[in-house]
Ligand binder design. Structure first.
Ligand code: ZN
Length: 147
C-alpha cells in the first residue's frame, strides 16, 4: 500500500546528501531545507509564532497539506503541528490535525492514492478568506451639483 505522504516522506534530502541527512530536522522545518535547495539560497526560519492563528490540515491527493493565505501550500505532518510559509514569510502558526490522523489515513487506504482526499469536519473553509471587498458607495447628489 502507498502511504499518505507526510513532510518526512515528501521533503527528502537532495541526492548528493545522505538519505538520513535531514533525519533530525523537525517535520515542519523540512520544507525550508527542501526550498533552500530548490532556490539555491539561504532561507531563514521564521522567528515568531503568530498567536491565535491556525489552519486546518487536509489530505489532498494522498498528501497531508496546509494552505497559506498567499495561495501557496505545503505538505505537512501530524508529528509537527506547525507551519510557516516559504513563499510569503508568514510566521509559525498552529496546524489543526484530526485527533487520530492514522485512523483518517486508514479510512482512505482502500481508495487509489489520487482519490484520497479528506477535509477536517471542523474546517470552516474560511481560514484564509479575505474580507469581502466593500463596494464604493456613490456620493449622494447635492443640490449644487445639479445646477
Ligand atoms: Zn504564504
Amino acid at each position: 500500500m502507498i502511504p499518505v505522504a507526510r513532510a518526512e516522506s515528501f521533503y527528502l534530502p537532495p541526492p548528493q546528501l545522505r538519505a538520513d541527512a535531514w533525519e533530525l530536522v523537525p517535520g515542519a522545518e523540512r520544507v525550508f531545507r527542501w526550498y533552500e535547495y530548490r532556490v539555491q539560497r539561504r532561507v531563514s526560519l521564521p522567528e515568531g509564532f503568530i498567536v491565535g492563528q491556525q489552519v486546518y490540515a487536509r489530505i489532498n491527493h494522498n498528501r497531508w497539506v496546509v494552505d497559506c493565505r498567499c495561495g501557496s501550500a505545503q505538505v505537512a505532518t501530524p508529528t509537527d503541528q506547525r507551519t510557516a510559509c516559504t513563499e510569503c514569510g508568514l510566521g509559525w502558526i498552529t496546524v489543526v490535525f484530526p485527533d487520530d490522523p492514522d485512523a483518517v489515513e486508514a479510512g482512505l487506504a482502500e481508495l487509489p492514492p489520487d482519490d484520497r482526499n479528506w477535509v477536517h469536519p471542523e474546517d470552516p473553509g474560511t481560514t484564509w478568506l479575505a474580507p469581502a471587498p466593500t463596494q464604493p458607495q456613490p456620493e449622494p447628489m447635492r443640490a449644487e451639483t445639479l445646477r
